[in-house]
Design a protein around this ligand. Structure first.
Ligand code: CTP
Ligand code: MG
Length: 384
């Protein structure tokens, strides 16, 4: 079925706390608005009209950068006025379907869109709802004012789905300047009938500051793995840096930076987990500014790249391969330093060591090797 989306994002987000309005803030590494526009486009929307505050075109362009099939119109003083502005801008046939959606409900899945479109095949309009699980009371000035019968009550979400012509007709009949709670209310006031379909708890509306953390918990996370390997040659010196810890030794590792093979392997593992190149791409060895550099900044940079994607590290495991120095006396310090750099608890950080029983370059003590693996959790748009 041909359908368009109208995403209303013209509110000021006054209840969500200080800072940018909630539709421009980041959730799981993406602007709140982007999640639902992307979901509607991926579900096959012919176009998505995004209703934004007048003058917010730059914010919208930033939030929706790279997506194809959306355009913006300026909203009004109420949600109702904003929806009307969006409807007026749609260019589809009157028989096409339209899904009106709050930008403040970012975690829209294809499953919900499909349910609504399927319902529209046999009904004039469709509304996603959730059951009410808690018992309901009236608040009589801080005192319980008695129970409200919960039987037969549901919680309404968006998107709300209609035939474009029928919804336009309902809005035309709606009194000017009256504010409706939602589009179904306008449609029903005009005598329209609306079928209920199951909503989705993840479609919660971001209203208060604490809702952001709850939405992150409801997001779908995928675990990524990354592998890193590094080796450096022994040379003259008296201190070797390994996993961010200086160790007195009769040699040092040679390299452009501090040659901390443990940190280098781990940095590559983390970059690998998010498909973000390798340490040399981010810190070219030809660049003089990294000469003699402490490698902990490379690791911290990789962790920042994960955070910029809305992701978080899960655990890391490093193995150092050398005959000398003995690693065991330094393991606790290495673990503690890595945990600090990575922002992980100690039990999510492992440092191990092995010899190669005299074989190979590490066995002949020509150099030291390190390998690392990292697991990263990244938020993804639910496939469902
Ligand atoms: N909305 C809109 N135009 C308005 C008011 C609201 O497009 N004049 C949109 C909001 O951007 C949001 C949705 O309608 O996506 C639901 O409204 P709400 O959650 O109340 O958002 P805000 O009005 O922005 O927040 P608040 O009421 O806390 O100020
Ligand atoms: Mg509001």
């Amino acid at each position: 079925m041909e359908f368009a989306g109208v995403v209303v994002a013209a509110g000021s987000g006054s209840r969500a706390g200080a800072g940018a309005a909630k539709q421009w803030r980041t959730l799981g590494g993406r602007p709140v608005l982007r999640w639902s526009v992307e979901a509607l486009l991926e579900a096959g929307a012919a176009e998505v009209v995004v209703v934004i505050p007048a003058g917010a075109d730059a914010e919208a362009a930033r939030a929706l950068d790279g997506l194809v099939g959306w355009r913006t119109v300026a909203g009004g003083a109420t949600r109702t006025a904003s929806v009307q502005a969006g409807l007026a801008a749609l260019q589809l046939d009157e028989t096409a379907a339209v899904l009106i959606h709050d930008a403040a409900r970012p975690l829209l899945t294809r499953e919900v869109v499909d349910r609504l479109l399927t319902a529209l095949g046999t009904s004039e309009a469709a509304l996603p709802v959730l059951p009410v699980a808690d018992s309901l009371k009236r608040d009589a000035g801080g005192m319980s004012g008695g129970a409200i019968e919960r039987e037969g009550l549901v919680r309404a979400q968006t998107p709300q789905a209609f035939r474009l012509g029928a919804l336009r007709g309902a809005y035309a009949a709606w009194p000017d300047d009256a504010a409706a709670t939602d589009d179904v209310a306008v449609f029903e006031a005009a005598g329209g009938r609306v079928v209920l379909v199951p909503g989705d708890p993840a479609l919660m509306k971001l209203t208060y500051p604490e809702d952001f953390a709850m939405a992150e918990a409801l997001m779908t996370w995928e675990t990524r793995m990354g592998l890193g390997l590094d080796a450096h040659r022994w040379g003259p010196g008296d201190t070797v840096w390994l996993c961010g810890v200086p160790i007195s030794h009769d040699q040092t590792l040679m390299g452009h930076s501090d040659a901390d093979a443990g940190l280098h392997a781990l940095t590559d593992a983390i970059l690998g987990a998010i498909g973000d190149g390798d340490i040399g791409d981010h810190f070219p060895p030809t660049d003089p500014q990294w000469k003699g550099a402490r490698s902990d900044q490379f690791l911290v940079h990789a962790v920042e790249r994960v955070r910029a994607r809305g992701g978080r590290l899960v655990n890391v495991d490093v193995t150092l391969v050398c005959e000398q120095p003995r690693i065991k006396p330094h393991r606790a310090a290495m673990k503690a330093r890595l945990a600090e750099l990575l922002g992980l608890p100690l039990d999510a950080v492992s440092v191990k060591a092995t010899t190669t029983e005299g074989m190979g370059f590490a066995g002949r003590q020509e150099g030291l090797a390190a390998q690392a693996i990292a697991a990263v959790a990244l938020p993804v748009r639910a496939a469902g």
